[in-house]
Design a protein around this ligand. Structure first.
Ligand SMILES: [Zn+2]
Length: 221
């Protein structure tokens, strides 16, 4: 790709954290990568960077497999990436797959905007979905990587809406509200629903990309 055509780089931001017994630790990273790739394929001059595969997952501490770098470190990584990326690219779009990363992602975007960089974030979580390792993420993974899903181990977790749980989640973590680490109910998830959810997320990501780069990219000669 010619330098002049480097318009935007998408950086998937994921996590390595427990997703119940039925989903892989890197579920959020896989979703963020798939959304970024799907969006990049629909626009010229857009590339996808390797994902930032560790995130801010302190709320999942106490479950085996979770490895978190925390909000401060994640924010610093994203700020440094943004400073570097915008030397070669017109803009950077962070594609975030994990709700616990929101504070770090927002702070990084604010900092970069304050420095005059062109950047934004797209949060790859369906508005209507359940919170964690439930129907939504399980459906997405059944579509993206069915071999990585252990449906035979899928079990319901805490099913109250996350808005009701947020206080305890933030102060005491997931374990305080859900012994199996699941927020929602993964049973009944299907790959077909996962494909529909992925298309919805990709459309949202493309809209964020277009808002970031309002002038249409020139077509390849
Ligand atoms: Zn997740």
């Amino acid at each position: 790709m010619e330098r002049a055509r480097r318009r935007a780089v998408l950086v998937p931001v994921g996590s390595l954290e427990q997703h119940g017994r039925h989903l892989p630790l890197d579920t959020d990273t896989r979703i963020a990568v798939a959304v970024a790739r799907g969006a990049a394929a629909l626009r010229q001059g857009v590339a996808v960077a390797p994902p930032v595969a560790f995130g801010s997952s302190g709320e999942h501490a106490g479950f085996a497999g979770t490895l978190s770098i925390g909000t401060g470190a994640l924010c610093s990584v994203l700020v440094e990436l943004g400073r570097d990326a915008t030397r070669d690219w017109e803009a950077m779009l962070l594609v975030n797959g994990h709700g616990g990363n929101r504070d770090a992602v927002s702070a990084a975007v604010d900092r970069l905007l304050g420095e005059g960089q062109r950047c934004a974030a797209f949060h790859a979580s369906p508005g209507s979905g359940d919170a964690h390792a439930g129907l939504t993420e399980t459906a997405l993974l059944l579509h993206l990587a069915p071999q990585a899903v252990r449906l035979d181990l899928a079990e319901a977790g805490e099913r109250r809406p996350v808005s009701e749980l947020m206080g305890r989640l933030r102060s005491e973590g997931v374990r305080s509200v859900s012994a199996n680490g699941v927020l929602g109910d993964p049973r009944g998830a299907t790959a077909g629903e996962g494909r529909r959810l992925l298309e919805e997320l990709i459309a949202g990501c493309v809209a964020s990309l277009d808002a970031l780069l309002p002038v249409p990219a020139p077509a390849h000669a």
